[in-house]
Ligand binder design. Structure first.
Ligand SMILES: [Zn+2]
Length: 79
């Protein structure tokens, strides 16, 4: 039998908060998943969480892989 622990939640309020955040900020909170495409690298993907101070022209090409150290093997994962 299913007995949801969090069954008392109100999804509607979450949606309202989300829409409010969109209306105020005009953009999503800066979070992105990045994968390493190097065949010899055992890193699959990692997630970066940014502050709102992240520059408009920032891209993952400015990063290096935390495992293999490569800079041209990182690719942003489109969600
Ligand atoms: Zn790597």
């Amino acid at each position: 039998m299913h007995s949801p622990v969090c069954g008392e939640g109100t999804p509607g309020s979450v949606t309202q908060w989300f829409l409010l955040a969109l209306a105020l900020g005009g953009r999503m909170p800066p979070t992105e998943e990045i994968k390493c495409t190097d065949d010899d690298c055992f890193l699959d993907l990692f997630e970066n969480h940014y502050t709102y101070d992240v520059p408009e022209d920032y891209s993952v090409s400015e990063l290096s892989c935390p495992v293999c150290g490569g800079t041209d093997c990182l690719e942003r994962v489109e969600l």
